[in-house]
Write a protein that binds this ligand. Structure first.
Ligand code: ZN
Length: 277
């Protein structure tokens, strides 16, 4: 999966370090990210390449020995040769994987910083804490921590078949699993049961935790469960959310491993008979 970048690891503790030689820069415009691209490989700019154009920056995290910074570039700054803004969503299957993961995690933090420049309680400009990844309001004392939205993803299994779906009205056209955000006051298991019922009219039982995945592009933490059909198998499709939902046997599925998404990891686990029972 995208977060599996061994032998490297992401150290996301906030170290208020100064940028300098060897540091990498994440810069976003709209939903696009500044990269140089060669075929299926992307690279992020070095600090030295963009430093003269940086109007604001903040330390993000470290991957291996390399520090990453979020930077805002002045609109009139000429981009370094070979660099352009590319749609972030299109990068998920590119390499190297640790750069894509860094870029997606940087996006999650970028959205949080972008949307929290003022206190939501009193409207005053907020200040960054010196030690923690935390913003605080000097006027009313409100503190703001990074926002992570928990969401579930679930593979419903019925005998030797799995429930696969396709989203309605989205660019993503591959097979999907039932998924959705946790509501306030709900456990993740409640969310599984509610989302499956809302999207397909089915009931489920025997929920088994599988894995989680940070999915920065949507600011989520995805929580994956396998579960079993409980009762009738006839699907009542929620046409606002889905264009299709159906039961598929292992041998009908030709879905290669992509080493990126939890969806793919779970479908592959089913195909290979590794799903928990
Ligand atoms: Zn305030």
């Amino acid at each position: 999966m995208i977060q599996e970048i061994e032998p490297l690891c992401l150290d996301n503790q906030y170290h208020p370090t100064l940028p300098g030689p060897g540091a990498k820069v994440c810069a976003f415009r709209g939903k696009s990210s500044l990269v140089s691209r060669r075929g299926e490989e992307i690279a992020l700019p070095d600090w030295e390449q963009v430093a003269p154009g940086v109007s604001r920056w903040v330390y993000l995290f470290r991957v291996g020995e390399v520090n990453y910074f979020l930077a805002e570039l002045r609109p009139d700054f000429p981009l370094p040769e070979g660099y352009s803004y590319e749609e972030l969503r299109a990068h998920r299957k590119l390499s190297p994987k640790h750069v894509v993961y860094a870029e997606m995690t940087a996006w999650h933090l970028y959205v949080w910083y972008r949307d929290n420049q003022r206190c939501g309680r009193c409207g005053s400009p907020v200040k960054h804490d010196g030690k923690l990844r935390m913003l605080s309001c000097p006027d009313c004392g409100n503190v703001i921590f990074p926002k992570i939205c928990p969401a579930i993803i679930t593979a419903v299994v019925h005998g030797d078949r799995i429930l696969l779906t396709r989203y309605a009205g989205r660019a993503y056209k591959s097979y999907a699993l039932v998924a959705g955000f946790c509501e306030i006051g709900e456990t993740a298991e409640d969310t599984v049961r509610r989302e499956v019922f809302e999207e397909t009219g089915l009931h489920v039982k025997n929920l088994r935790y599988w894995a989680t995945q940070p999915w920065g592009i949507e600011c989520d933490l995805l929580i994956g469960y396998f579960c079993e059909l409980d009762g009738a198998e006839d699907i009542t499709l929620d046409r606002d959310e889905l264009s299709m939902a159906g039961w598929y046997a292992r041998e009908e599925l030709d879905i290669p491993a992509d080493d990126v998404s939890l969806t793919n990891d779970m479908i592959r686990a089913f195909i290979e008979g590794r799903n928990p029972r």
